[in-house]
Design a protein around this ligand. Structure first.
Ligand code: NAP
Length: 240
């Protein structure tokens, strides 16, 4: 897939890594559609990127994802790439964390991408060349104890991505995983002490994460592990 004339949906594309993906993929000549939930951020995106499209969706909600699907297959019948980028990271101390919040990260990081993929898959399978890319994390492989449900949900997404790739082998749909390392776009908001520990880990600029993703897809590297993520995977295996 050369990523120059594709029609690409990016969930959670109004900020951070998703926004950087939108900019770089649009600059290559692709048609880019982003989603978000926050109406202000969506309209800000539309104003600053008039050539790109932005739609609201709640990735954890089947009805919302189905509404998006109906709009997009009508507005962009050639849609052929889905990037499941929307994600949520919470700092969690199991001794004090409210049980009611446990499901949030599992829903956004794991159930959300599965839902979006399942709803869009029939359409992708009709395209002559198509792809799904799931955004996991370096700490899927080497669990981060300060964000344990995040790590678990991203490891779950890694596992789902592997099985999806296997089931879709022989179809027109390629399945990729991008596992970014810690980046210049902060995600973790733990205590001061937690942050002091995290601050020892180098941050990769998000433009480099995204350019590594693009060259990985172009070379059919199905598991794209930029920067420190390769090391985290090796360390994770040694830890097991
Ligand atoms: N930043 C890092 O260092 C890092 C490292 C490794 C992996 N990652 C992964 O990379 C991805 C992007 O991270 P980021 O830091 O760039 O994220 P971000 O700036 O926090 O953006 C998250 C995006 O996801 C959307 N979103 C969140 N929950 C959603 C939901 N339930 N339904 C629909 N959209 C939702 C947000 O939309 P609204 O703003 O409208 O809610 C926003 O557009 C995530 O999957 C993350 O886990 C990030």
């Amino acid at each position: 897939m050369d990523l120059s004339n594709d029609v690409i949906l990016i969930t959670g594309g109004t900020s951070g890594i998703g926004l950087e993906m939108a900019k770089q993929l649009a600059a290559l000549g692709n048609t880019v559609i982003v989603t978000g939930r926050d109406e202000d951020r969506l309209s800000q995106f539309r104003q600053s990127h008039p050539g790109l499209s932005a739609y609201p969706v709640e990735v954890t909600d089947l009805a919302s994802v189905e509404t998006l699907y109906r709009q997009l297959v009508s507005d962009f019948p050639d849609l052929n790439v889905v990037i499941n980028n929307a994600g949520l990271m919470q700092s969690i101390d199991f001794q004090s964390f409210a049980p009611a919040k446990v499901a949030d990260e599992v829903a956004v990081n794991l159930a959300g991408p599965i839902l979006v993929t399942q709803v869009f898959l029939p359409h992708l399978l009709k395209q002559s060349e198509a792809a799904v890319l799931n955004v996991t994390s370096g700490i899927a492989y080497f669990a981060f104890d300060k964000a344990p449900i995040y790590s678990a949900s991203k490891l779950g997404l890694h596992s789902y991505t592997q099985t999806l790739r296997k089931q879709l082998a022989g179809t027109s749909v390629k399945v990729f995983e991008l596992a970014p390392p810690r980046t210049t776009k902060p995600m973790f908001s733990g205590s001061e002490e937690d942050n002091r520990q995290v601050d020892r880990i180098p941050k990769m600029p998000i433009d480099q994460v995204v350019s590594t993703m693009i060259s990985g897809i172009r070379r059919n590297r199905y598991e794209i592990l930029p920067g420190m993520s390769k090391l985290l995977r090796l360390l994770g295996k040694a830890r097991l």
